[in-house]
Design a protein. Structure first.
Length: 459
């Protein structure tokens, strides 16, 4: 019966436990989606496709053993060039996105992500399809563009790399599978973890953050797993661990790469067994907490050098997610600047400031080695230390160096300039804007003060 064909099946079962876990996670979260989702192997066989993907002419594939080009592109022969093949040819590629304009792909593929086995090989790919456009959306021969949602929770971005991230978050949110977030410092890894939690069915349960890099091994084990009274010197009472505190919710393990091999072995057991054993305790405790981990280091390289356990890596990276640095998503800078200016003005009880085109240009041309966090801090400092209804380029003269190189001399010069400007503003406020009195208060000549007011564009 056609109705029975909607339950997707596998062409072949995975022998690899990591791939099996990833496929089960995809089935859990894609089963109820209206978006089309499929998993393909190297030979373009459909390993899995959700109900929405099979809904079109499902009766043709009684056993769901079709090739992707047969089922989704309605072709008898393979497509000329499939962008997904790049994932097999270059394992370092995190995802591929098909062109929105032009003909695109015959099957309607939008994005493809690699599914890596425990041996580190890309064995299959996860495919997300474009939402088909309807002819009714066009009137009078004009094309109607559908605007992409540029915000998910507190995450902001409409660039192609951020669209991939937001799509992946929507896809993995309701799964219970572990997520590994990788990205440079300041890219917003904790915010992504929090967004996954708040978008999931666990949103009403605790979200617990653990900074693995800030605690020594002995304390980290006690903090995560808890301890019983008298288990070690100073254990004056039994304490619940953070895994217990996060029961039913999400536990976020930040800087997971900074943990020791001994702790990694204990964490691996927790992930395998779904239970913890408090320090000094004998009875295991069952826990139900989704684990999301993050690192700014390349865990694959650490695995190769034996600095991180390979089996733990694959347990943590059932659903890997890579965050782009700000330099790779410059078209998002305007959205971020607008958001940070509004948030800073509200936080510091100031009227909303406008942003000049020169500011946008300056921000876009800046490399921002500290990524979104650095941009946020510079904007907040500009809001706090400047006056007037608009932020101009002069207000941000020390913000955003043009290159990633920060020598001590340039950093010191920038700090002195910013401090000098702040002191002039304070002196003018204390003297009610009287420049003569302000020059005496600052112990500089009037001419020198006038020049600095002009240089710093102080109103």
């Amino acid at each position: 019966m056609a109705g029975s064909q909607k339950q997707a099946t596998s062409v072949s079962s995975y022998a690899d436990p990591i791939l099996t876990a990833r496929l089960e996670a995809i089935k859990q979260l894609a089963g109820g989606l209206s978006d089309r989702v499929a998993v393909l192997d190297r030979d373009f066989n459909v390993i899995y496709a959700n109900e929405s993907a099979w809904s079109e002419d499902a009766s043709r594939w009684s056993d769901h053993s079709a090739k992707c080009y047969e089922a989704f592109a309605h072709r008898n022969d393979p497509c000329g060039t499939c962008p997904a093949t790049k994932l097999y040819e270059s394992p370092e590629v995190q995802s591929v996105a098909c062109s929105i304009g032009g003909d695109g792909t015959a099957c309607g593929m939008h994005q493809a992500f690699p599914l890596v086995s425990s041996s580190g090989e890309v064995e299959s790919v996860l495919v997300l399809f474009k939402v088909p456009t309807k002819p009714a959306m066009q009137t009078s021969g004009e094309r109607v563009d559908v605007k992409y949602e540029s915000k998910l929770g507190e995450l902001i971005g409409s660039s192609a790399p951020m669209r991939e991230v937001l799509d992946m978050i929507r896809l993995v949110a309701d799964s219970s599978a572990t997520v590994l977030i990788q990205g440079e410092s300041g890219t917003g890894k904790e915010l992504v973890a929090k967004t996954i939690h708040r978008t999931s069915y666990r949103r009403d349960k605790p979200f617990v953050v653990v900074d693995c890099g800030s605690l020594p091994e002995t304390l980290l084990e006690s903090e995560l797993f808890g301890h019983v009274k008298g288990s070690f010197t100073g254990a004056h009472a039994t304490k619940r661990g953070l895994f217990e505190e996060a029961d039913g919710g999400t536990i976020f393990l930040d800087e997971i790469a900074d943990t020791t091999p001994i702790f990694q072995a204990k964490l691996l057991r927790v992930l395998q067994e779904g239970e913890i054993k408090p320090v000094g305790g004998t009875q295991p405790i069952k826990i139900d907490a989704r684990v999301i981990s993050a690192t700014n280091k390349d865990l694959v390289e650490l695995v190769k050098t034996k600095a991180f356990r390979q089996d733990l890596y694959y347990r943590l990276a059932v659903l890997p997610l890579s965050l782009p640095p700000l330099r790779d998503r410059q078209e998002d800078i305007l959205l971020l600047v607008q958001h940070f200016v509004a948030a800073s003005c509200k936080r510091h009880r100031q009227p909303l400031r406008t942003i000049s085109p020169e500011v946008v240009q300056t921000m876009t041309e800046t490399s921002w080695p500290g990524n979104v966090r650095e941009l946020q801090h510079y904007i907040e400092r500009a809001v706090v230390t400047t006056t007037g209804p608009a932020l101009s380029c002069a207000d941000l003269v020390t913000a955003g160096p043009k290159s990633a190189e920060h020598d001590l001399r340039s950093v010191s010069r920038g700090a002195v300039t910013q401090a000098e400007r702040m002191r002039i503003v304070q002196a003018l406020q204390q003297t009610g804007g009287n420049r003569a009195k302000a020059s005496k208060l600052l112990k500089v000549s009037r001419a020198s003060l006038y020049n600095k007011i002009r240089d710093y564009c102080i109103e």
